[in-house]
Design a protein around this ligand. Structure first.
Ligand code: GTP
Ligand code: MG
Length: 195
């Protein structure tokens, strides 16, 4: 998809602040620091529209980005970040759970996984939760540029086995550095959002 317009819309703390124009929403879930915001920037070809950081836990609200007046990316706070207080963590969890279960315009969840390491317990819990609620998921294994190409398939297999990936769910190899997987991911997003 050709991105002609991309803008930050709102950092939403809850349903009252979610947009009301009913455009399809594509959400990004993944642990802190996995590369969710970088993925958004790469997909939109904007250097710093979505805030990225080497410090985990930066994204704390649901950050909405409107693209081409046609859809939204919704950047989630990362899970599995120990440094925030437990109550804050629970609050985030509730907001996300609420959103995922009841948000009508939600069309696809990009579950972002670090290709370099076996998925964590949090990754496993997140994926099985998404499957339990029958939500539409596309797995994106990112930071592929950090491991040699010859090892991609081996790492992909570990991701599939550890998460017990549903064979119907697409898995896309991605890199926010090189742009690997960008076109393929746009195809899945366009299809899910009926663009
Ligand atoms: P939170 O907002 O804290 O949940 O993190 P996030 O998932 O949004 O991660 P973010 O995009 O901020 O990226 C974290 C770090 O990983 C940054 O230093 C990025 O530059 C780096 N990074 C993200 N994606 C890639 C990638 O595909 N390849 C490489 N080499 N580095 C990446
Ligand atoms: Mg982020």
């Amino acid at each position: 998809m050709k991105v002609t317009q991309a803008e930050f819309t709102i950092s939403a703390a809850g349903p009252k602040q979610y947009p009301e124009d009913a455009l399809p929403e594509i959400a990004l879930a993944g642990r802190s620091n996995v590369g969710k915001s970088s993925l958004i920037n790469k997909m939109l070809q904007r250097k710093n529209l979505a805030r990225t950081s080497s410090q985990p836990g930066k994204t704390q609200l649901l950050n909405y980005y409107r693209i081409n007046e046609a859809l939204y990316f919704v950047d989630f706070p990362g899970y599995g970040f120990a440094k925030v207080s437990k109550s804050l963590r629970e609050q985030w969890g509730k907001m996300i759970e609420e959103y995922l279960k009841h948000r009508e315009p939600l069309k696809l969840i990009l579950h972002v996984i670090d290709l370099r390491h076996p998925p964590s317990k949090d990754d496993q819990a997140m994926y099985s939760w998404l499957k339990h609620y029958n939500l539409p998921v596309c797995i994106v294994t990112t930071k592929a540029d950090k491991i040699p190409k010859t090892k991609w398939q081996k790492h992909l297999k570990i991701v599939k086995e550890t998460l017990e990936v549903d064979p119907r769910d697409p898995i896309i190899m991605f890199s926010s550095e090189t742009g690997l997987g960008k076109d393929e991911l746009w195809l899945h997003i366009a299809k899910a959002a009926s663009l």
